[in-house]
Design a protein around this ligand. Structure first.
Ligand code: SAM
Length: 173
């Protein structure tokens, strides 16, 4: 996902996959690697390094290019440490952000003073028709291989989105 190598003392998806294939214990160099049992574990572990990587791919300049498509209130799903949420707020859009990772949310508060909502894209804590625009970050749908689970996420978006004629699903970092 990210262009440069960082020291990351946790089990990555690739390591996890190879362990499952070979049925062998995972080690990273000489370190014992904590076992990850939930997707949020990965993002919790990445959180301390995320600030160096966050403004990539669909970055802030990319966000500016789709401003004309965004209707408020907007929701960023997979808001991370709030890069996109902060920029939308700064430009006058009423915006909320949700994220699966309690660590990402903690950093969003510490770095940007933002209060994000801890929630899974598969079960969002909002009523029908709450948002006009929903933006998905990289790391939510595009990290998934299970089409049924992707459908669950997209059905949640349909449920909480008000404007049936507009559906904005963008990949942001
Ligand atoms: C690459 S980061 C997004 C960075 C973000 N755009 C920013 O402005 O800093 C992807 C985020 O998606 C979150 N995420 C992944 N799967 C999720 C899910 N099912 N529900 C909610 N958040 C999820 C991760 O916890 C992670 O913080």
């Amino acid at each position: 996902m990210y262009g440069r190598r960082i020291e990351f003392p946790y089990e990555t998806h690739a390591l996890r996959t190879s362990r499952v294939r070979r049925n062998a214990p995972v080690r990273y160099g000489s370190k014992n690697i904590p076992k990850m049992s939930h997707a949020s574990d990965y993002w919790d572990a990445l959180a301390p390094y995320h600030s160096a990587l966050e403004n990539n791919y669909f970055d802030l300049s990319g966000l500016h290019r789709i401003f004309h498509d965004i209707r408020e209130p907007a929701l960023v799903v997979g808001a991370g440490q709030g890069l996109i949420v902060e920029e939308l707020l700064r430009n006058g859009f009423q915006t909320d952000g949700v994220d699966l990772s309690s660590e990402m949310i903690r950093y969003a508060k510490r770095r940007r003073g933002l209060t994000l909502i801890e929630a899974d894209a598969k079960a969002l804590p909002f009523g029908a028709g709450t948002y006009e625009t929903i933006i998905y970050a990289t790391g939510v749908v595009d990290f998934m291989g299970d089409e049924e689970q992707i459908s669950v996420i997209l059905n949640e978006a349909r449920r909480i989105q008000n404007r049936r004629e507009r559906y904005l699903s963008r990949s942001t970092n």
